[in-house]
Every structure is written in structure tokens, then in C-alpha cells.
Design a binder for this molecule. Structure first.
Ligand SMILES: Cc1cc2nc3c(=O)[nH]c(=O)nc-3n(C[C@H](O)[C@H](O)[C@H](O)COP(=O)(O)OP(=O)(O)OC[C@H]3O[C@@H](n4cnc5c(N)ncnc54)[C@H](O)[C@@H]3O)c2cc1C
Length: 417
């Protein structure tokens, strides 16, 4: 019975490849893809096909999908956005967005994305040479996993509310506190974390080895989706951190976090595109096959309305994401230019805010199209629906991003978050 249900899953390969081809074709009008960029995308395409069945199997067993790290490493993608000097592929924001769009079709587990993009890239941007060699290179070689531990039980949206403390003692820093909802929190080899100074009250970023004495990590398994991604509660009890493991300037932790979010939010938005594409392609196939009232579903006008809305959700989100990627690229060429930074930040926030909402709406419509079978986690729209909900919470909730978008237009004195 189970095998038969799985067979109902349409074969999506040709359509998925065509989404990637379409995106590259559309963007070629504005951007010249080089040979290495096309190679990265072709590697991502091959990796995505390998990930799909493994991900489904892990999902149905509700197991963390560690194989995804191996597959990405085999295709030399573990450090995709990181520069070649540290073992990455130097994928610019646009190529990264396309890569995560393709991966999002098959894998919404946040683990690999957090490790390579949110963490390795942030250490590359802010770290010392020692930190890059010690923490970034192993990620790019597929030998290490990183996590980003900012949220606490009593502080998520409000960074200034974090209570985790650090103090200087005996030539190093000592951390105390609890971090909550940490992707890769249990499986990571090291974490980027944030703590408040006992003296100055300002926030500093640290890289902490998971094996440090006094650090404990507990898995958080009671969640609505994303079963293939590790999530943990991390406690620091008198954890000693070497001074050379301060990431970025002392007291400059908020800057490190905000810059990590710029790239991170775009990549999450791109994953949402992949979710919409997969939901659309499986729905198109389904409505051409499923017969009710003597004709295929696709000929029912109310079903066509769902398809039309899904297409519009996807198209609107795609161009918001690509625009944000171009803005980020403009800023990366001239990092000191604050106007370019603000433009990029606003474009990324808008893209993430909209893509997350549209992906949720699209997955919900796909579930509706699949009917009763769409209520089972055996169907891919359901898995997408449960997984993608987090995109409206992580790396800035819908509400916080709306406030940020409004404040950018109204002026700093209207900031209400
Ligand atoms: C699966 C998953 C993975 C995650 N991975 C990570 C990770 O790897 N690292 C990490 O650090 N964190 C991670 N998080 C945590 C995530 O970033 C936070 O949950 C998020 O920032 C929201 O914080 P919170 O949960 O404390 O909600 P709260 O801040 O308590 O907010 C609750 C609700 O109130 C709204 N709200 C808050 N303030 C305002 C306001 N001023 N005006 C209007 N509405 C407001 C919020 O939008 C939200 O809807 C993860 C979360 C999940 C679910």
C-alpha cells in the first residue's frame, strides 16, 4: 500500500530541470553566466536529484538527513558561496539564489544551508585568517558542520533582549546562558553564538567549539515539519572561549548578525521559490490525471484559479529575489557605500517577506488540489507545507520584516521594533 502511494508521486525530473533552465534563460538577458557559474548550477542540479529520494526517506522516518551533507560535498558544493581561497566555489548572490532555488525543490531542511551560507560565509566575511582556516575550510571540504546560535528562550525577534553573558577571566572569555532553536545545534562541530558583556552590556559574536567543557546540546524534536533538519537547545555553563575566537569586533556582534541575515534571508527566499516550483509542477501533473465528475481536474475553473495563483505567487517572488540578488551584488562591489547597503537590505527583506508568504500560500493550494491524499506526509505538497512554514518565522518573522520595510520608508524615528 505504501509503495503504491509513493508511486502516485509524479516524476518531476524534466519539469524541475526546466525551471532551472527557464531561470537561467530569463536572467541571461541581464547577467552573463560564466563557465564556472554554469558548472556550479549543473552540479547543484545533479546533487538535487540525488537528494530527493534520500530526503523523502529521511522525512518519512523523521530522521535528520545527514546524507545531504555528503551529497553536497561529493558535488563540491559544501562551501558554494565561500571564495575559492577557502575551498568554496565563489558563487555570487545570484548564482547562490538559483542554487538554493533548485535545492528548495527537494530539500527544505535548513541544516546544510545554515552551515555553508549563514555560518561559513559569515566567518569568511568577518573572521581572522586563523578562523577562516580553522572553521571555514573544513566546512568547504565537507568535514565539518556549523550552526548559528542567536535566539534564546526569551529573545528571538528582539536581539537586544538576549541574556547570554560573557566575561573576561584568566586570559579568555567565559560564556553562560541558553540558546534555543539552533539549527544544527546538536550535530554542529562549532557554533557562531552571541553574548552580552557583563560590563558594557553590548553584544559580541563568538565561535565556540561544540566539544568545549560546559557546553551541552539537547535535540528539539517536537516540531511541525522540517524533520530532516537538526534543531537543538544549547546551554553554556562556564564555557571558556579563547580570545582568538571572537568573531568580528568586540562589542560588534549585532553588525555580524545583521550582515549574516542579508545573505541568509535571500537564500531562504530562494528556497521558497523551489518550494513553489515543486508544488506547482506536482499540481500540474496531478490535475491533468485526476478525474472528477467525468473530466480531469485541470478542466475545472476553480482548480485553474489555484494554478493561476500559484504561477503568480512564483513569478512575483522570483523577480523580487533576483532583484535582491542584483542589489546585493552591487553592494558587494562597493561595501563602504551605505546607500547600496540599505537598498540591498530593503530588497532582500521584501523578497524574503513575500516569498515566504507566497510559498506558504502555494503549498496550501497544492495540498488542496491533492485533496485527501494532500493531507498525508506521503505527498510532497504536504511536506512542503509543513516545512516551509518556518520561512515566515526564521531570519526575521513576517511582522518584524514588515516593520523594517515600513521604517525604511518612513524614517528611523518610526522604527518600532
Ligand atoms: C525550525 C526553526 C529553526 C530555527 N533556526 C534558528 C537558528 O539556526 N538560529 C537561531 O538563532 N534561531 C533560529 N530559529 C529561531 C527564530 O529565528 C526565531 O524563532 C524568530 O526570530 C522569532 O523569535 P521568537 O520565536 O522568540 O518569537 P518572538 O520574538 O517571541 O515573537 C512572537 C511573535 O510576535 C511577533 N512580534 C514580536 N515582536 C513584535 C513587534 N515589535 N511587533 C509586532 N509583532 C511582533 C513576532 O513576529 C512573532 O509573530 C529557528 C526557528 C525555527 C522555528
Amino acid at each position: 500500500m505504501r509503495a503504491k502511494l509513493i508511486r502516485i508521486q509524479p516524476s518531476l525530473v524534466p519539469l524541475l530541470n526546466s525551471f532551472l533552465e527557464k531561470s537561467i534563460g530569463d536572467l541571461s538577458r541581464f547577467f552573463k553566466f560564466g563557465e564556472e557559474e554554469m558548472r556550479i548550477l549543473s552540479d547543484v542540479d545533479a546533487a538535487a536529484e540525488e537528494i530527493r529520494p534520500v530526503e523523502v526517506e529521511s522525512y518519512l522516518k523523521r530522521e535528520v538527513n545527514l546524507e545531504v551533507f555528503t551529497i553536497l560535498s561529493r558535488h563540491k558544493l559544501s562551501g558554494m558561496p565561500v571564495s575559492k581561497k577557502y575551498g568554496g566555489r565563489d558563487a555570487n548572490p545570484l548564482v547562490s539564489a538559483l542554487a538554493f532555488e533548485r535545492l528548495g525543490q527537494v530539500y527544505v531542511g535548513l541544516g546544510a544551508i545554515t552551515s555553508m551560507a549563514l555560518c561559513a560565509k559569515t566567518i569568511e566575511d568577518w573572521g581572522t585568517e586563523y578562523q577562516k582556516e580553522r572553521y571555514v575550510l573544513p566546512v568547504c571540504r565537507g568535514e565539518s558542520i556549523l550552526g548559528f546560535a542567536l535566539t534564546e528562550p526569551e529573545a528571538g525577534s528582539h536581539i537586544d533582549g538576549i541574556k547570554c553573558r560573557y566575561e573576561e577571566r584568566g586570559g579568555h572569555y567565559v560564556l553562560n546562558g541558553t540558546k534555543y532553536l539552533v539549527t544544527n545545534g546538536v550535530i554542529a562541530d562549532a557554533l557562531i553564538t552571541f553574548a552580552r558583556s557583563s560590563e558594557s552590556n553590548s553584544i559580541t559574536a563568538f565561535i565556540v567549539d561544540k566539544k568545549s567543557k560546559g557546553l551541552t546540546a539537547t535535540p528539539l524534536k517536537e516540531k511541525m515539519g522540517g524533520f530532516t533538519s537538526d534543531l537543538g537547545l544549547v546551554e553554556f555553563d562556564q564555557v571558556e572561549v579563547a580570545k582568538e575566537n571572537v568573531l568580528g569586533p568586540l562589542d560588534g556582534g549585532k553588525k555580524v548578525a545583521y550582515s549574516a541575515f542579508m545573505g541568509g534571508r535571500l537564500r531562504l527566499a530562494a528556497v521558497c521559490l523551489g518550494v513553489m516550483e515543486d508544488c506547482l509542477s506536482s499540481s500540474v501533473e496531478r490535475v491533468k490525471e485526476r478525474v472528477t465528475f467525468g473530466k480531469v481536474l485541470g478542466k475545472q475553473q476553480l482548480i485553474q484559479e489555484h494554478i493561476a495563483q500559484m504561477v503568480m505567487n512564483l513569478e512575483a517572488s522570483r523577480w523580487l529575489c533576483y532583484n535582491a540578488a542584483f542589489r546585493l551584488m552591487d553592494w558587494e562591489k562597493d561595501r563602504k557605500n551605505l546607500t547600496l547597503r540599505r537598498d540591498a537590505d530593503q530588497a532582500v527583506v521584501i523578497a524574503k517577506r513575500m516569498a515566504a508568504e507566497y510559498a506558504w500560500n502555494t503549498a496550501d493550494r497544492a495540498v488542496q488540489i491533492f485533496g485527501g491524499f494532500g493531507y498525508s506526509i506521503m505527498s510532497s505538497p504536504t511536506r512542503h507545507l509543513l516545512n516551509v512554514r518556518v520561512a515566515r518565522i526564521g531570519e526575521g518573522t513576517d511582522e518584524i520584516l514588515s516593520l523594517k520595510i515600513a521604517a525604511e520608508i518612513l524614517g528611523k524615528e518610526f522604527e518600532s521594533y
